[in-house]
Design a protein around this ligand. Structure first.
Ligand SMILES: [Zn+2]
Length: 478
């Protein structure tokens, strides 16, 4: 009898482990079915946004494609929010909890690329989705729709919101949406980013500030009477020289970059005008502010040396991401339910060709679900305006594989993967993982409370103060 019982137990255990899907709740199975039902449409939208490759504040058609699809699915869509024509909010349902998801859709200029593993522009000189935001926006909409369908069928109660957030790559559109108070009634926000691995993202990002420096001198003939000239480009060179000397004396967590936008027009004129875009970053906003102050003082020094006038104009700045590990744990559990992404032989070959073309090890794709990582004090990497959202509402982050391991980001290689099945698979996966995490929050108020409590604790007594110039967003700036 005992033996029979043991056999029975072994039998049950085998069924349980070999059919992992059985652990997935009915509502989550409905989520998976919804994402799969919309998949073909979502891929079509993503591919269209990919081919359009519209950049900062010019994402008119991309924004419209997402907003139109949300509207068609029954969402109430408010377009042109926070003074930005391409920003929108799509809402469905009523009452609490209010759970939202972010969707970006802007491209990067100058990195147009075909969906093939060797470098070849789709449209010479045009932009490309080198950060995978075509997948970002579309996957998030897919997640919002799957949740909406469960609210509609009465399986869960509350409100789901999709935020269409423009110009992540240049001006950080979310800071104006935060200024508008758009997350004030949201309990928990979810976000994701295309990546080369899958993880419940519990790392922060770098805070940064952007400002424009202009020098105004006196034009003169460069050979006939240069002594009558006061060179704006001399000041610009002296300024960047100062910045490059300063690099030695900042902490290793600090990053400084500049883009020379105007260094004079011709060789035989002493230029009376020069302009550069300056960026300072650090792991924490507090560290960044001190470097920011110093680099602004140096503008005056350069202007004195070249005997020219100067003007500094703040563009915008963003916070580092406020991590939420309680939220990360919920996301992690759903990643473990979903398991890794399966790739075909052709996709693995495509990935290896990308690695070959970019000088990386030919290891192919990485979609293994690893344990939740420790949160690093100094994460390195880039910056995101999700940071500002995360200081105004509890936020959960996710990364999903949409390109092979070690792919150089913001490059043609990411564009290539985002327009074919490797990107599409990551997109659907992100929709599922985010919607499943949202379902956990809708079903369990205790989880919402835990995530919110961690947000309050991590924020502490820091009062959020956006780095943002007065007036409307810089829609028509160059
Ligand atoms: Zn990005």
């Amino acid at each position: 009898m005992k033996f029979k019982l043991l056999l029975m137990m072994v039998f049950c255990f085998t069924i349980f482990t070999s059919y992992g899907q059985q652990e997935i709740s009915k509502n989550k199975r409905a989520i998976l079915a919804s994402v799969e039902k919309h998949e073909a449409n979502l891929i079509e939208i993503s591919d269209e946004i990919w081919a359009l490759a519209e950049s900062a504040f010019e994402e008119n058609r991309s924004s419209e494609l997402l907003a139109d699809y949300a509207e068609k699915q029954g969402f109430k869509v408010e377009r042109g929010v926070a003074g930005m024509p391409t920003a929108f909010v799509a809402s469905y349902g009523s009452g609490s909890p209010v759970i939202s998801v972010l969707g970006e859709f802007d491209a990067l200029p100058g990195i147009s690329q075909k969906a093939q593993p060797t470098k070849d522009p789709l449209n010479e000189g045009e932009g490309g989705h080198g950060c995978g935001h075509n997948l970002f926006g579309t996957a998030s909409l897919g997640a919002a729709i799957a949740v909406k369908e469960l609210i509609e069928s009465g399986k869960i109660k509350g409100t789901v919101k999709f935020f269409g957030t423009p110009s992540e790559e240049k001006y950080f559109g979310k800071i104006w949406m935060v200024r508008e108070g758009l997350w004030n009634d949201v309990d928990v926000n979810i976000s994701w980013h295309p990546s080369a691995s899958i993880e419940a993202d519990v790392q922060s990002s770098l805070a940064l500030v952007d400002y424009k420096v202009e020098f105004f001198g006196q034009a003169a003939h460069a050979s006939a009477d240069p002594w009558n000239g006061r060179s704006a480009s001399d000041a610009l060179e002296l300024y960047t020289t100062g910045i490059n000397y300063y690099r030695e004396h900042v902490k290793p967590t600090v990053r400084m970059h500049y883009h020379i936008q105007d260094g004079g027009q011709v060789v035989n004129v002493v230029p009376d005008y020069a302009r550069l875009w300056m960026r300072v970053r650090d792991t924490k906003r507090s560290g960044m502010m001190a470097v920011y102050e110093r680099t602004m003082k140096m503008v005056e020094g350069a202007a004195i040396m070249a005997n020219v006038d100067f003007k500094i104009s703040l563009i915008s700045g963003i916070y580092e991401v406020l991590v939420n590990r309680e939220g990360g744990k919920i996301m992690q559990a759903n990643l473990e339910l979903l398991g890794p992404i399966e790739y075909t032989e052709e996709e693995i070959v495509f990935g290896k060709k990308i690695q070959e073309a970019t000088g990386k090890e030919l290891v192919g794709m990485d979609s293994v679900i690893k344990p939740l990582k420790e949160t690093k004090e100094h994460p390195g990497g880039g910056s995101t305006d999700v940071g500002d959202v995360s200081w105004n509402v509890a936020n959960i982050n996710l990364s999903v594989t949409t390109a092979p391991k070690d792919t150089p980001w913001h490059s043609w290689a990411v564009v290539a993967c985002g327009g074919m099945s490797i990107g599409h698979k990551g997109m659907s996966y992100a929709s599922k993982a985010m919607a499943m995490t949202m379902i956990d929050l809708f079903e369990n108020q205790n989880l919402v409370d835990k995530v919110k409590a961690e947000y309050v604790k991590r924020k502490g007594d820091e009062i959020y103060k956006a780095i943002i110039p007065d007036g409307p967003p810089p829609i028509n700036d160059d």
